[in-house]
Design a protein around this ligand. Sequence first.
Ligand code: PLP
Length: 368
Amino acid sequence: MSAIPESPPRSWAEVDLSGIRHNLAIARKLSGQGIMAVVKASAYGHGLEAVAGALEQEEITFFGVANVGEARRLSEAGVQTPIYLLGGTFPSEREEVIAHHWLPCLNTMEEARHFDQLARHGGTVVEAHLTVDTGMGRGGFLPSDAPAALEAIRSLPGIRISGLGSHLPSADEDPAFTRSQFDQFDNLVESLPRRKELKHIHLANSAGLLGYQSRTTTLARPGLLLYGVSPLREHEADLRNVMSLKSRIALIRDLPSGHGISYGRTFVTTRPTKVGTIGIGYGDGYPRTLPDHTPEVFVRGRRVPLLGRVTMDQVMADLSDCPDCCPGDEVELFGPNIPVQEVARKAGTIAWELFTGITPRVERVYSG
Ligand SMILES: *Cc1c(COP(=O)(O)O)cnc(C)c1O
């Protein structure tokens, strides 16, 4: 009996892991610092284990994850690079944090006292960083409270503070504010006693790394940049594309003039039109907020416009100017020919959300 052929994926994301390593080298060169590679949200949708595996031999100082669930996945994958928790922890998670030597950031005295108590109870010392809120408003000690908090936590025998971090809310939008934030952060760090014990000082995300200089930081925390997108448009040409979202033409049909296309019939043909149906939709994370007609996809070496609304599993494209297109042809939704930034802008969102919104139905296919 012959094997029944497996159906090819309707949509898939090609991920070039060597592109991530290339972008890491750029981040390293531009910042001149150590790197905390931000791999939260499944490495921005690229696949947590695969991306961490690709960076494991690259002398990354930390992998930055959002929460304990992601830290657990990295540990279970056998990752040896130290794991840093970018967000606060729930009380019930803290024993696990200590047991696995993940590095928590401390945002409150309650958190610090609880970690201290758990660590001492287990006969160990937990290494942690202090988070300072210089403007993000999401967590951490206010700069005015940070020196006293640091001293208080240093007096707890179950905790060793080895670093200090803060975060930038608008490094890609507000240079004046961001410059003042860098100043405030550097002044604070320079004012702290026993500064040498703070081995890891970090502030910059991708935009911060590209656009600003600090007198005190030792680490940069790039995320988006590693995945090939510059939030500042600077150095865009130096970065390599990492993810290409792809699908195939499923059907090609000739429709007459005056025929509606997709839900709501927001697009009606004004001429006989060759319409291709492509096997991807918002159920794959291709955004439904894309406006009619302006988004383009790439097929057989050209851009063609989409027609009508994005549906859950399919979109329609105008193939009238693509006489050689056939069912089965590969279509790029974003990638080297259609920048993800362009799709994000048209959809009224940002590249970060587009990447992290690509759903599990989209198979990730790795190279490099
Ligand atoms: C997500 C995140 C980053 C990475 O931000 P990018 O803009 O993607 O480079 C850095 N630091 C913290 C605290 C974050 O939450």
